[in-house]
Design a protein. Structure first.
Lengths: 599, 275, 107
């Protein structure tokens, strides 16, 4: 008996001891598990943010009418702010602030950067894990804690934050409830999570590339994540500093952002004064602008991978793509005040930011052009991930082009804080990034689970989403140009022709009518996600099993692993012998040559 | 497959993983403190002329604290050098000085803070210029609400020799001329005359808000760094026996963080205390 | 990586830097009592001395002088962005329209 046990020990000397459920799935340090944790949590928050928006859209379309289906539930849970199932202005404002916060910080960034990045990047560079697995685990835990704090803030007296996702002072401090405090504390956890993640990603990409994986042989997705990591690393800390200062304003009675002579509710506020509300805006947008590139770059990376794979040819202009993404990263730090054209900045400084904003559009266009040209002469396979990746191109194009009038000071004067802005940024993030993320989910699902998602329902999901995304956001351009402002609880009714017939520039019934169309399109958009959600869960057990470890016949290292990749990813250290997109190479045996293939 | 380059450096970068990690983290910290410094500059430049207090921070104490931190900086790198020559005993001895310096710095900071929390300013309802000084029998953080709660009808204040609104050049002149006594007479102030009562706390003015925020954040970093260095000095030192090179790297990395904390103070001290 | 001879030379370097830092501190404090003609000059001198001290700590204590391009690259970009944040924010808050065109001709 003794000998057998001893032999057993010798043979399994290097095997890990059996991990409990908690060690394996809750306190995992494996980048793949952590990636999935991030993904699941982020998708849950994406759903939550979407629901908040649906309720807001009801209020916009039918101001003052009780919410159907959820009205009574809302009243029961939240109390007087939802009296009679009707969304009060305070509740509308807090839903608006939290929709933005949740979508940006709790859904898209964790999904695009942390979830996909964590799962795919170590595989793509031939590494066994991230450089700092335990810090990886801690970064997820900080994110989860931040998310809980944000979620819980809905249920405290006074409700969640109400001063927009931008939390401008003095409003953010003057609101007497604690929602904003929860928001700030939650943000500190989320920022910490992002910083730890960024350090991990950058260090991993610098240090853990497999032999032969030179910088210019990296898949574009890895470059995108590398630059995104730097954006998070260097742009978040000023917001953290600002968050600490705003927290002090709220909790310790300081006046970092409260000006002298501030009056709240008709009375002089009991604060020392001497602060600057503009300072908050500068510090916020110093992060805020790089943040939008954080939202888009991982998506561009995913689209690039899917396009190369499904055109069976290399990406066109790899070098241009790399230099452009580096340029975007760099320039994004010096454009931020184009969010502040209406704060009374003088002509010189406005011109400076206008110029840098125009300059940064150049590398963005270069990237989009390279991706478009990649399609030329390709043998295009129209599977679901490819459909989403293809749609990304024109959708992001619309989003990017409509940003130009906002980047110019003079035209922004008319469009600032209108629905035009909402249309612009939703086009880039919603049919932009989210389509890229859908492409990524359909694309990497077989690697994670060993099964394909259902193609038919994938295509249904795609077409319905594409149609309704456009129906939701296209009219908003018209509304914005007509002068409909953001964040109005009544959907602009007070400025309409009906209620203000003598006002100059009032909103026509046509423009107001669009509110209802948009809201119903949003409902349909939500319904269009149901096949996706069902597909996601159903395919885990019932999806078509993959016939090989590389069902898409891809060249990158992430597809040269077992399915799903085991702990440690590769049995032996791989090495890269060629570039990342050796598709249809002349003279090759097959129409793709994996990066680690020696011959 | 094990994660490579945890101890041995990677050829093309010449670095091991943790060193890349800590420098990246320090870059983010530069942006954090940089944003706070920028805010300080903006708030100070934007303040009304003459309304930005000065001369309220004790320079000899600040200088001493600076020397303490610089000393700890050299001990931290000397202790790493000792490990590089495989002299564990020397490492332990020198690193203990680092920890003592850290404790000393925090202790002195606590004393400085406490001194501020019992130092008051009174603004008068009738618009008379405000007075600063110590109040008989007052604890910390008193405000008008405290006076109301404790039903105090009047306070006795020992005013400072000069109010901070008087420029330092003028203060020196007045001091020399002998017209202002070294210890002015205590004054009695009725609670009803007071418009605002505040200790030198963050809520007092943007000056103290930014002073406390900057120094407290810095002190938190000193504390955190001391915790890590202390752990590696104590229980964490057992790694010296199992993996000495990895342990030496940990000392180097924690030392890098400590130097950064010292660097921040090198800028904080003149900006807050001297300018 | 190092033998005792190298280390003792490095130790001497550390001690020299330590003394230099203390001297720099003394000079900075001393400057406080010497009144320079303008505020701008005082600030520039103080920042200059602090920068020299910072360079000594970063260069020698943090071994930056021996590190390779990677770290310089990271720090270089950080410095650029920090300066950008500070300079552009200060510029933005000091450049504002001084008057309107319409309002300047009051009938």
């Amino acid at each position: 008996m003794q000998t057998t046990t001893k032999d057993h020990h010798d043979v399994h000397e290097h095997a890990h001891h059996e991990q409990s459920f908690f060690q394996k799935y809750v306190f995992s340090t494996d980048h793949k598990i952590i990636g999935i944790q991030y993904g699941v949590t982020a998708l849950a928050f994406l759903f939550m943010g979407f629901c908040l928006m649906l309720m807001m859209r009801w209020q916009i379309a039918y101001p003052g009418k009780p919410l159907p289906l959820v009205g009574t539930l809302l009243e029961k849970v939240l109390g007087t702010v939802a009296a009679g199932g009707v969304m009060s202005p305070d509740l509308y404002n807090s839903f608006g602030a939290m929709h933005g916060t949740i979508m940006v910080f709790l859904a898209i960034v964790p999904l695009a950067f942390a979830a996909f990045g964590n799962y795919v990047v170590p595989l793509m560079i031939g590494a066994p894990d991230m450089a700092f697995p335990r810090i990886n685990m801690v970064s997820y835990q900080c994110y989860a804690v931040g998310g809980v704090i944000m979620f819980v803030s809905f249920f405290i007296p006074g409700g969640a934050a109400q001063a927009g996702w931008t939390s401008y002072s003095p409003l953010a401090t003057a609101i007497p409830t604690q929602g904003q405090t929860f928001w700030l504390v939650g943000m500190i956890f989320l920022i910490t999570s992002s910083l730890l993640g960024a350090v991990n990603f950058i260090a991993t990409i610098i240090q853990l590339r497999a032999p032969g994986m030179t910088w210019m042989r990296l898949p574009f997705f890895v470059w995108a994540q590398f630059v995104t990591g730097f954006l998070l690393l260097l742009a978040f800390p000023p917001l953290e500093a600002a968050g600490i200062m705003q927290l002090m304003d709220k909790v310790a009675g300081t006046s970092f952002f409260l000006p002298t002579g501030l009056a709240v509710g008709g009375e002089l506020a009991n604060v020392s004064g001497g602060g600057s509300p503009l300072l908050w805006q500068h510090l916020f947008w110093f992060l805020g602008h790089p943040e939008v590139y954080v939202l888009i770059l991982p998506g561009m990376g995913i689209v690039a991978e899917v396009l190369a794979n499904n055109t069976r040819k290399p990406l066109w202009g790899y070098k241009s793509l790399v230099y452009s993404v580096l340029a975007i990263g760099f320039i994004s730090f010096i454009v931020w005040a184009h969010h502040m054209y209406l704060t009374g900045m003088g002509t010189k400084i406005s011109t400076f930011f206008q110029t840098t904003t125009m300059i940064i559009s150049i590398p963005s266009v270069i990237i989009l052009t390279c991706l478009f040209i990649t399609l030329w002469g390709g043998s295009i396979r129209f599977n679901t991930p490819m459909l989403f990746a293809l749609a990304f191109l024109p959708m992001f194009g619309i989003g990017g082009l409509t940003g130009l009038p906002l980047g110019f000071n003079f035209s922004d004067l008319h469009l600032h804080d209108t629905y035009y802005v909402i249309a612009h940024f939703h086009y880039v993030v919603a049919p932009g990034t989210i389509f890229a993320l859908f492409a990524g989910i359909y694309f990497w699902y077989p690697k994670m689970t060993g099964r394909m998602m259902n193609e038919f329902w994938g295509k249904v999901h795609f077409w319905l989403s594409l149609i309704f995304m456009n129906l939701v956001f296209q009219p908003m351009f018209a509304q914005g140009m007509a002068g409909m402002l953001r964040r109005m609880v009544d959907g602009g009714a007070n400025y309409s022709q009906v209620m203000a017939p003598d006002a100059i520039g009032n909103l026509t019934t046509g423009i107001m009518g669009m509110n209802r169309h948009i809201s119903w399109a949003a409902v349909c958009l939500g319904l269009a996600q149901i096949p996706f959600i069902i597909n996601l869960f159903w395919s885990m057990r019932n999806g078509k099993k993959v016939e090989s470890d590389n069902p898409w016949e891809a060249t990158t290292l992430d597809w040269q692993t077992p399915t799903p990749p085991p702990h440690g990813n590769f049995a032996a250290q791989p090495s890269a012998h060629r570039g990342p997109y050796e598709y249809s190479a002349p003279g090759a045996a097959k129409d793709f040559s994996p990066q680690n293939q020696t011959a | 497959m094990d994660i490579p380059y945890t101890v041995a450096p990677r050829q093309d970068t010449g670095l091991y993983n943790a060193k890349v990690g800590i420098w990246l983290f320090l870059a983010s910290e530069v942006m954090l403190f940089g944003a706070l410094f920028s805010s300080y500059i903006l708030l100070r430049v934007g303040a009304e002329p003459g309304m930005w207090p000065h001369g309220l921070l004790n320079i000899p104490i600040g200088t001493f604290n600076t020397a303490v931190l610089i000393t700890s900086s050299v001990t931290v790198v000397l202790s790493w050098a000792a490990l590089k020559t495989h002299n564990f005993g020397r490492f332990r001895a020198i690193q203990s000085i680092t920890l003592l310096c850290a404790l000393g710095f925090l202790g002195i900071k606590t004393y400085e803070y406490n001194e501020k929390f019992t130092h008051y300013e009174v603004w008068f309802a009738d618009g008379r210029p405000s007075v600063t000084g110590h109040i008989d029998g007052a604890g910390r953080f008193w405000t008008l609400n405290t006076l109301a709660d404790k039903k105090i009808e009047s306070i006795t204040m020992h005013p400072d020799r000069f109010h901070y609104r008087i420029p330092s050049g003028e203060q020196a002149k007045l001091a020399k001329s002998g017209t202002v006594p070294e210890h002015p007479e205590p004054i009695k102030i009725a609670t009803s005359e007071i418009k605002r009562l505040s200790a030198f706390v963050p809520a007092h003015s943007t000056y103290f808000a930014v002073y406390f925020t900057l120094t407290f954040l810095h002190a938190l970093h000193v504390f955190g760094g001391a915790l890590v260095i202390g752990y590696l000095w104590g229980p964490g030192a057992s790694m010296w026996k199992t993996d000495p090179d990895r342990f030496t790297n940990r000392i180097e990395v924690s030392g890098l963080f400590w130097h950064f904390v010292d660097l921040v103070w090198i800028f904080l001290f003149p900006v807050l205390y001297l300018l | 990586m190092a033998d005792s001879h190298d280390i003792s030379k490095t130790v001497r370097k550390y001690i020299i830097v330590f003394v230099a830092l203390l001297v720099g501190t003394a000079i900075t404090v001393g400057m406080y009592y010497v009144h320079l003609p303008s505020v701008a000059m005082t600030v520039m001198v103080a920042v200059f001395i602090a920068s020299v001290k910072a360079f000594l700590v970063a260069g020698y204590f943090m071994h930056l002088i021996d590190e390779r391009k990677m770290i310089y690259g990271i720090l270089g970009s950080t410095a650029f962005f920090f300066v950008g944040l500070m300079f552009l924010t200060i510029w933005a808050m000091h450049d504002f329209p001084a008057h309107t065109f319409l309002g300047s001709h009051v009938p």
